[in-house]
Design a protein around this ligand. Structure first.
Ligand code: 5RP
Length: 262
């Protein structure tokens, strides 16, 4: 009996990226004289950039805007044209990775720290493609998700901002903090130096919180409520866009080599 080799996580990322290139190619063939493409951040998005750059016959059709310095550098190095967001009038399509994707399209991003620029670009794109390996996918509809959610906040007053987040999300109906709340909120520190705070490309801090999203409407509510706190700049829940614009496609590559698009 022939054994089917399971794909590694990196191979799954490559597969999802390849499928995104195929879709972008079909969009580019119907796009105006040229297409503005938003480039996501993280290792899956980088694989997409590299594979897109291999499509020599179409790369001249693209002007790209990048969601991080790393993505911009890779894209430029590979020969793609990258301009600042202020130089484009529209974004036709954005392709980005994710840290979590559920069947009902609850998306949580930002473990790489690029969530603010990602949201600025991804939310403005006419079409939004999410690419992910199987480890990111949860086959859940209306199931509780208890992932860490990144929240980018101002450095100024970060303790009071954290306090506001606790008051809004980690208290019970009687107004007292929930048991074990200290385990559900933390300031992100640098990977290579855990004593120093992680600083985003925008010069801000990141707070990671676990608030247990129950379903899509709970996720939309949390996405919007977090941003009402003065000092919160953006958060990593990417759900409101899908509700507003609808045009979002998720591409998942599985260990067994299957690709699913929904
Ligand atoms: C960065 C992100 C990334 O898209 C997310 O962390 C996924 O990264 P990777 O593709 O490396 O698993 O949101 O802010």
């Amino acid at each position: 009996m022939a054994l089917i080799k399971a794909l590694s996580q990196n191979e799954q990322k490559d597969l999802a990226a390849r499928e995104a290139v195929r879709l972008v190619r079909t969009i580019s063939s119907v796009a105006k004289p040229y297409m503005v493409l938003g480039l996501g951040s993280g290792s899956t998005a980088e694989r997409f950039i590299e594979q897109l750059a291999n499509e020599k016959d179409i790369i001249d059709c693209f002007t790209c805007v990048a969601t991080s310095i790393a993505s911009e550098e890779i894209a430029k190095e590979k020969g793609l044209t990258v301009v600042s967001l202020d130089e484009v009038e529209r974004i036709d399509c954005a392709v980005d990775g994710t840290d979590r994707i559920t069947r009902d399209k609850i998306i949580i991003k930002g473990l790489g720290g690029a969530l603010l620029r990602e949201k600025i670009i991804d939310y403005r794109a006419e079409k939004f493609l999410i690419i992910a390996d199987e480890s990111k996918y949860l086959d859940k509809i209306d199931g509780k998700i208890d992932d860490w959610i990144p929240v980018e906040i101002m450095r100024f007053g970060f303790k009071v901002i954290m306090g506001d987040i606790v008051n809004l999300f980690l208290t019970n109906v009687s107004g007292s903090v929930v048991e074990g709340w200290e385990e559900k909120i933390k300031q992100r520190m640098k990977k290579d130096n855990p004593k120093e705070p992680f600083i985003t490309e925008n010069g801000n801090f990141i707070i990671d919180i676990r608030i247990g999203l129950k379903n899509v409407s709970d996720a939309v509510n949390a996405e919007l409520m977090l941003n009402t706190i003065p000092g919160v700049i953006e958060n990593g829940i990417f759900v409101a866009r899908a509700i507003e614009k609808g045009d979002m496609t998720c591409i998942i590559a599985y260990e067994n080599g299957r690709i699913e698009t929904f």
